[in-house]
Design a binder for this molecule. Structure first.
Ligand code: TXA
Ligand code: MG
Length: 334
């Protein structure tokens, strides 16, 4: 089995050496754990796709440790992008910009753009610095499965196929970075994530923001993703009706506790706080899939701020929706 390493300096240097030798290291970021390899090593990148069983058409995010390294990887940096870098880097925002030739085509799936992000997690930053190269990293889960927020999640999905797993404890944000395609004139949201789009709107002023995602621009955005092994359905209906149906073979995943005593529910936050909901989401899905439920029934969260990212992940994780008719669940697959 792959070793889970504590994040001592010695271990970080050992992990960085593995990256320099075309190896793979799973490491914590503030969003989720990444499966990293040197962005300039085709050998390492091929391994990333193989280990994850990820289709080659789905490009990777390249992680850097200095804002200046955007220039190393991108041929143009529009002023809109500069504003975003100033406001949100380091942090959970990924910018898609025209790539320089030296970024291998395999990293970008042949696109002429590259996705770049500077994470804020100190371990991620140190690993990149010690490796002396940008690190290409998708989330360190098997393709299509729930993203990992713990070192153990990486181990259970990817087992022996990485050189090291650096253990930074639970990740803080819990959902992946926001991905935006940026030109001088507009910003196109490719994936809602850790930086709410409302926050981006505040700093970029009058630049047009397209919230409708484009399949063409983001080839990796498959409809079904992030799925737990137990089927998940989004609840459409009111809570009073739901709590009347007391079935212990279904897990109720809720944003906050419900004021009822006699049924088991799984609240993502004790106070209904969206940051806490996002931080707990993937961990709770992984816990529930290990229990013997027939299905997970998820109550929607409010779609504002981080709530956009949480709902996006829940919808992609879902098999369909569920409603109640004649006091019975009716499941509708999508
Ligand atoms: O928070 C995160 O972003 C995590 C951590 C590890 O940094 N990474 C992550 O990577 O979520 P991944 O591979 O699971 O998701 C990357 C997303 C995919 O939807 C991919 O299609 C998109 O970014 N992407 C990457 N390069 C792109 C490009 N050149 N153009 C458009 N979309 C791109
Ligand atoms: Mg992923």
């Amino acid at each position: 089995m792959t070793e889970i390493l504590e994040t001592t300096k010695k271990n970080l240097l050992k992990a960085a050496e593995a990256i320099r030798q075309n190896g793979l290291v799973a490491f914590p970021t503030e969003t989720v754990y990444g499966l990293g390899g040197c962005a300039f090593s085709e050998k390492a990148i091929v391994k990333i796709f193989e280990v994850k069983k990820r289709p080659r058409f789905d490009p990777l995010i390249v992680h850097i440790a200095e804002k200046d390294d955007y220039k190393l990887l991108c041929s143009t940096i529009p002023s809109t992008a500069e504003k975003l870098i100033e406001a949100f880097c380091p942090g959970p925002l990924t910018l898609v910009l025209p790539k320089r030739e030296k970024v291998p085509d395999i990293v970008t799936s042949g696109l002429d753009t590259v996705a770049v992000r500077m994470p804020s997690h100190p371990i991620a930053l140190q690993l990149i610095q010690y490796s002396k190269c940008p690190i290409a990293a998708p989330s360190a889960n098997r393709f299509g499965h729930v993203s990992p927020t713990r070192a153990e999640d990486v181990l259970s999905d990817l087992g022996d196929s990485v050189d090291f797993i650096l253990d930074g404890g639970p990740t803080l944000v819990g959902v992946e970075s926001t991905v935006v395609f940026v030109t001088e004139e507009e910003i196109i949201l490719l994936r809602p994530g850790g930086i709410p789009i409302e926050d981006i709107e505040k700093v970029i002023g009058r630049v047009n923001i397209k919230r409708k995602m484009s399949k063409l621009l983001s080839p990796g955005l498959t409809k079904k993703h992030y799925s737990p092994k137990t089927p998940l359905y989004i609840y459409e209906g009111n809570l009073e009706e739901l709590v009347k149906i007391n079935r212990d073979d279904y897990a109720l995943l809720t944003p906050a506790p419900l004021l009822v005593n006699d049924i088991t529910i799984y609240p993502l936050s004790q106070a209904g706080d969206v940051k806490e909901i996002a931080a707990n989401l993937f961990h709770q899905l992984r816990k529930l899939e290990r229990m013997d439920y027939r299905a997970i029934i998820a109550i929607p969260v409010k779609q504002s701020g981080l709530g956009h990212a949480v709902m996006d992940r829940l919808i992609r994780a879902s098999t369909g929706t569920v409603k109640i008719e004649n006091q019975k669940f009716v499941f509708i697959d999508r």
